[in-house]
Each structure stands twice: as C-alpha cells, then as structure tokens.
Design a protein around this ligand. Structure first.
Ligand SMILES: CCCCCCCCCCCC(=O)SCCNC(=O)CCNC(=O)[C@H](O)C(C)(C)COP(=O)(O)OP(=O)(O)OC[C@H]1O[C@@H](n2cnc3c(N)ncnc32)[C@H](O)[C@@H]1OP(=O)(O)O
Length: 229
C-alpha cells in the first residue's frame, strides 16, 4: 500500500481551473475516491500496524493530500455535481458517495416516507461494537430532512428528540425510516426510526423532529448560491 501511495504522490497536482466534465463522469470519479478513502479510514481505525508502518503511511497520505489542494470550494458554494435541495449531495456526511465520513446511506421512497440503508463501521463506533449515538442522530436528522423534501416541504431541523432503545450494532445492515406526520404553515413534524435490515419490528432508535421551511428571504440569505433564491 505504501509504495502505491508514493507512486501517486509523484504525479502532477490538480490544475487551478479544472476542465468541465459531464456530471455523471465527475460523480463517478468523486465516488471512486470516496470509496477508497472510506476503505482507508476503516483500515486506519482497525489496524494494529507498527508505529513504523503508521509513520510510512502518514508520509504517503500527506503526499496525496497535496494533490487535492488546487481550487477549493467556498464555504457556501454548492458543488456543480449536486442537486440541492432534495437530490444528490456528493459530499454529504450521511449520503455522500464522495464523503470519507459517510456510511454512506442509500435513500429510497418507501411506505409514505423514505427509507435509508447503510452499514456503520468501526469509524462510527460509540460503545465497543456499537454505533455512536451522535451517528444515529445524524442518520435520522438527514433522513427526516429527505422525508420533508419527499413531502414537498424542504425544511431545516429546529428540534430533534432521540430515544435510544437498543444499541445499534456495527458491521450490520441497518434500515432507517422517516415520514412526515404533520404540516402546519412552515412547521413540519417528522418521525423516524432505526432498525436492523433483518428485524424491522425491533426499534433501536426513534426520533421526533420539528423542521421549518425557511421563508424566501431567509433561504436567500442562507444559501446565496442556490438557483432560484
Ligand atoms: C430551502 C430549504 C433547504 C432545506 C435544506 C435541507 C438540508 C437537510 C440537511 C439535514 C437536516 C439538517 O441538518 S438541517 C441543519 C440544522 N438546522 C439548522 O441549522 C437550522 C437553524 N435554524 C434556523 O436557521 C432557523 O430557525 C430557520 C431558518 C430554520 C427558521 O427561521 P425562520 O424562517 O426565521 O423561522 P421562525 O420564524 O424562527 O420559525 C418559524 C415557525 O416555526 C416555529 N418554530 C421555530 N422553532 C421551533 C421549535 N424548535 N419547535 C417548534 N416550533 C418552532 C416558530 O415558532 C414559527 O412559528 P409561527 O410563529 O410562524 O407560528
């Protein structure tokens, strides 16, 4: 692994103004890098390698990082490969195929709401062998946001209440489900649960949330690069 990291490190840096590519071509490249980075993160948190090996890998990773420091997206810039709000977000820490942090969760319409499937790994650990409570909150927060979009009312979380009934096992296919339970003006009430794929009846984590659709002025101020704001 180390030699291949160093091989890559000798190639030229990303140009300041990248050429325009088809979104699907770009997304595939972003997803491929995300996949390898998630494998690296997983190997990093599971390895029992020696300090010498860790130092060698550190050098290789530092070299790779230097190749990605050309033009950087500004803080509120929406990537050209994204469809915001309510569609693909390549770098979402929950669903993003390009994110080294994301499980990533796959979202599909289901039973009057939305379902999300994913597997949490060691990098998402809280108690030994189980998912971090903050990860469960993040999965549900995101999926409940998708439920708002699916109901035609894109909105942001203003309140999220979690109940942790059972620990969420790592390395196990999980299923989350979220649905809108009520809409009153700009306020959207949403419920969500996490179960395993194998046993949908045993709720591991349940959530109730209140989401609010920003008024147009607020949306423009929050998301200046959003088309149509
Ligand atoms: C383009 C879309 C993109 C949508 C983008 C979706 C991305 C999904 C990402 C996943 C989800 C996230 O992580 S979201 C990130 C975490 N959340 C946030 O950062 C949101 C921070 N909060 C805010 O910025 C603000 O609260 C807004 C913009 C959401 C709303 O501000 P606002 O437009 O001024 O609305 P405001 O007048 O305060 O409230 C509207 C109504 O809701 C009520 N309300 C306010 N808070 C609560 C509450 N906790 N519980 C009950 N009700 C509440 C108010 O009383 C009021 O009722 P009444 O007086 O009218 O009766």
């Amino acid at each position: 692994m180390n030699s291949s990291l160093n091989d890559h490190a000798t190639t030229s840096a990303v140009p300041e103004q990248p050429a325009h590519h088809e979104p699907e071509h770009e997304r595939a490249a972003i997803a491929a890098l995300g996949h390898e980075l998630r494998a690296l993160v997983d190997a990093t948190v599971r390895t029992a390698a020696s300090p010498d090996t860790l130092h060698r890998v550190t050098d290789g990773v530092r070299s790779l990082t230097r190749q990605l420091t050309g033009r950087r997206r500004a803080r509120a810039e929406i990537p050209s490969v994204d469809e915001f709000p309510g569609g693909v977000r390549m770098y979402s820490p929950v669903t993003g195929a390009g994110s080294p942090l994301a499980p990533p969760m796959r979202v599909t319409p289901a039973d009057g709401g939305v379902a999300g499937t994913c597997v949490l790994g060691k990098a998402h650990e809280g108690p030994p062998g189980y998912g971090h409570g903050g990860m469960s909150a993040m999965l549900l927060d995101e999926l409940m946001g998708w439920a708002c979009v699916a109901a035609g009312t894109p909105a942001m979380t203003v309140s999220l209440q979690l109940r942790y009934h059972r620990p969420v096992p790592l390395d196990t296919p999980l299923r989350a489900f979220a649905q809108v339970t009520g809409v009153e003006d700009r306020r959207v009430s949403v419920g969500g649960v996490i179960t395993t794929e194998e046993d949908h009846a045993t709720v591991l984590v349940a959530a109730d949330g209140v989401f609010v659709s920003p008024d147009p002025d607020r949306a423009r101020a929050l998301f200046p690069s959003l088309p149509g704001t």
